[in-house]
Design a protein around this ligand. Sequence first.
Ligand SMILES: NC(=O)c1ccc[n+]([C@@H]2O[C@H](COP(=O)([O-])OP(=O)(O)OC[C@H]3O[C@@H](n4cnc5c(N)ncnc54)[C@H](OP(=O)(O)O)[C@@H]3O)[C@@H](O)[C@H]2O)c1
Length: 287
Amino acid sequence: MRTQRVVLPHDVLRGRVAVVTGSSRGLGLAMARALGLHGAAVVLAARSDDAVAAAIQRLRAEGIAASGRRCDTAELADVEALRDEALDRGTLDIWVNNAGTSGVFGPTASTPVDDFTRVVRTNILGTFHGSRVALPVFLGQGHGDLVNLYGQGDRGPAALQNAYASSKRWVRQFTETLQLETKGTGVRVHGMNPGLVETELLGRVTSQPGYEQRLGGLQVVVGLWGQTPGEAAGPIVDLVTSDAPEFRFLTKRMLVTRGLRSVLAGRLRRANRMPLDITVLPAADRP
Ligand SMILES: NC(=O)c1ccc[n+]([C@@H]2O[C@H](COP(=O)([O-])OP(=O)(O)OC[C@H]3O[C@@H](n4cnc5c(N)ncnc54)[C@H](OP(=O)(O)O)[C@@H]3O)[C@@H](O)[C@H]2O)c1
C-alpha cells in the first residue's frame, strides 16, 4: 500500500528522537537527513567509528541535531547501547531498522556459508534486535514508530539472490506480525520498500564465478528506475507521521509510468552515473 504524499510543516518532527541504523551512508544517511530536516534529533549508527563520526559532522553542518555511535546490529549489546544513547537525548520516538547487506550473487547450492550467515546476521538478527530494544520503550510510553526495510524478494522468490531476498521476505512477515501484536497500543509499525536506490548495496556486488555476466542488466534497470538516496528517503517522513502500514515505491503503475518517463527523458544515459563494481570470487573459493 502506498502512503499519500502530504504537505508537512517543516518542523513536524520537532522534539522527537529518531534512531536510524546503518546510517553512515546510502539510504540510511539520507533518511536520517530527511528526519533531521523535519526537526527530529537523529541518532546515527554503523560499524565504523570513523564513518559514523563523518556522517554526524555532515548532518550537523546542515543544521541537524545529530549524534551517534558505532553499532553492529547483529550484536544485541551494541543495539542496547544505541537505544541508551537515544534515551540520553531525552526520549525515543522513531526507530528505523535500515542496516542491511546483500549476499554473493549466484546459486544457493554454491553460496559461501559464511556469506549467507553474514546476510542473515545483519538483515534478520539486526532487525529483530532493533525491534526488541525499541518496542518495550514504545509500548511503555504508548507511542513510537518502528520502520523495517523491505527489499527485493519481500513478496516472492528472487533467483541467485536467495540470502538477501529470503531475508527480506522474513522482514515482511516479521513486520506484519509486529503490526498484529501492537494493534491498539498506540505504537505504529511500518514497512518500507524504497525501490532501487543508487547506493553501495547496488553498485558494489560480489558474484560467484560464471554469474557476473548476468549482472550486466543491472545498470540498465537502475538507469530506468534508480533513484538517488535523497529521492528515495523522502517518504520516510510521511510514513512516520501516518498510520500507513507500508510504503512501496515500485508498484506496477510506477514500473510502467516511471520506466516510460525515463526512456522518454533519455534517462537511460544515467546508467553510467552509478558505476557497477563487480568482484568475482575465485573458483577456488567455491565450496
Ligand atoms: N539500494 C537499494 O536499491 C535498496 C532497495 C531496497 C531496499 N534497500 C534496503 O535499504 C537499506 C539500506 O541499504 P543501502 O542501499 O543504503 O545500503 P548501503 O549503501 O550498503 O549502506 C548500508 C549501511 O548499513 C551499514 N551496515 C551494514 N551492516 C551493518 C550492521 N551489521 N550493523 C550496522 N550497520 C550496518 C553500513 O555501514 P557499515 O558497513 O560501516 O556498517 C551502511 O551505513 C537496506 O536494508 C537495504 O536492504 C535498499
